[in-house]
Design a protein around this ligand. Structure first.
Ligand code: NAD
Length: 385
């Protein structure tokens, strides 16, 4: 396709390169929204297919569908579900913007590489979620909701028995007992979905505020007989437990988990390795046929000792599914939500038909980890460069 200079900000999206990734950072309805704001959209051929959007869908919405080189050469800013790999970063030119979940809490070297390439980097994971202006940009909330929903379905699918109670001529089948560990955005969706499937659900979280949320969904709150309330809930987040607290929590969870058929774990502390809640001893205590879905599983470890990404069955017949990518398995809904989040982040930085060069507000200070100059009136505490 012939290249022509475009007026206004040009926003580009590529095929995602991460393994398991089926989502796309731009959906056709958002193309139309952005166009109304004077932002033109370019999308690499085939980038929406795994999320059920064809190139023709994008063209109808007003996007240019082109090859990777044209997206790279034409755009002022790029949106990602996660982040560009090193090859793509090297192909970008100074002054271009990268918007995505950049891993800035745990990967300083990667953020430094973006800064070194002269890119402006916007790290959505740093969004101050409590700000009302940030609500529509909150990719953690949108994607965690999808993940929690899917976690309950995956668990139900792997479990070789019914979830609901059922009375038949051949007798009554008892409902499955589900334990959800970590009752944040994902956990609450997992609770709601497991309840709708007919399971009896119990949940636990370290934040005291979560008790009423769990109960409002018709689930029981698990009392571990331990009090970690001090310091919890600042900014809506849990704090990391001390070593002693972790050990006490693991012992209590290991003991209580043994009575459940399904355990779904979603516990995280931003910028930290996920807390291990269920040890190998706790897994061993579960009955044959029990299913664990660990949404926090990663290379760093997850909420369950020994869980890895993928499915394994223990000698005792417990299925452990390490599944951090579940939002991607609901690729259409997840993409629709996150595309709106990414577009709203982009729109925040567009002024008078251009991308801003100077930071101005609290959102800028939190989100921009490389490239944007600090305004003279604002502190820019979190800049990487
Ligand atoms: P998250 O994904 O970082 O963590 C998931 C859950 O794990 C959290 O509920 C956390 O308390 C829990 N957890 C951490 N360590 C634990 C441990 N050792 N044992 C048990 N549970 C543990 O967080 P999230 O789900 O994205 O959000 C957490 C909370 O943030 C929400 O429930 C909400 O209250 C708040 N929030 C506020 C806003 C807002 O103000 N607009 C938006 C989104 C979320």
């Amino acid at each position: 396709m012939a290249e022509q200079p475009e007026a206004g900000v040009q926003f580009g999206v590529f095929n995602e390169t991460t393994e398991h990734e089926r989502r796309v950072a731009l959906t056709p309805d958002i193309v139309a929204r952005l166009r109304k704001k004077g932002v033109g959209c370019l999308i690499e051929q085939g980038a929406g297919l795994a999320a059920q959007y064809t190139d023709a869908d994008y063209e109808r919405a007003g996007a240019r569908v082109c090859d990777r080189q044209t997206v790279l050469a034409t755009c002022d800013a790029f949106g990602f579900v996660s982040r560009p790999d090193a090859t793509l970063v090297t192909a970008m030119r100074p002054g271009q913007w990268v918007i995505g979940m950049l891993g800035s809490f745990t990967d300083d070297a990667y953020i430094a590489s973006l800064a070194q390439a002269g890119l402006t980097a916007v790290a959505i994971e740093r969004l101050p979620r409590q700000l009302s202006a940030a609500q529509s940009m909150d990719e953690m909330t949108s994607q965690n909701s999808v993940m929690g929903y899917k976690a309950a379905l995956v668990a139900a699918n792997a479990y070789q028995a019914f979830l609901p109670m059922m009375t038949t001529a051949a007798g009554t089948i008892r409902p499955a007992k589900v334990l959800v560990l970590g009752a944040g955005i994902a956990g609450l969706q997992a609770i709601g979905t497991a309840r709708r499937l007919g399971a009896v659900v119990t949940a636990y979280d370290v934040r005291p505020a979560s008790k009423s949320e769990v109960e409002s969904l018709g689930a029981k709150f698990l009392d571990l007989g331990l009090d970690f309330s001090a310091g919890q809930g600042q900014g809506g987040y849990a704090r990391q437990l001390t070593k002693e607290e972790q050990a006490a929590q693991q012992a209590a969870v290991d003991e209580k988990a043994a009575q459940f058929d399904i355990v779904i774990t979603t516990a995280k502390v931003p910028g930290r390795k996920p807390p291990m809640l269920l040890t190998a001893a706790g897994v061993k205590a579960l009955h044959r046929g029990a299913v664990i879905v660990d949404c926090a599983a990663s290379d760093l470890g997850g909420n369950v000792e020994g869980s890895v990404v993928g499915t394994q069955v223990t000698e005792g017949g417990v299925t452990i599914i390490g599944a951090p990518y579940l939002a991607s398995d609901v690729s259409n809904t997840a993409s629709n939500l996150l595309s709106r989040n990414v577009a709203d982040v982009l729109s925040h930085f567009v002024r008078d038909g251009r991308l801003r060069t100077v930071a101005g507000d609290e959102l800028d200070d939190a989100l921009v980890v490389a490239g944007l100059e600090a305004s003279e009136t604002e502190e820019s505490g979190k800049k990487g460069e």
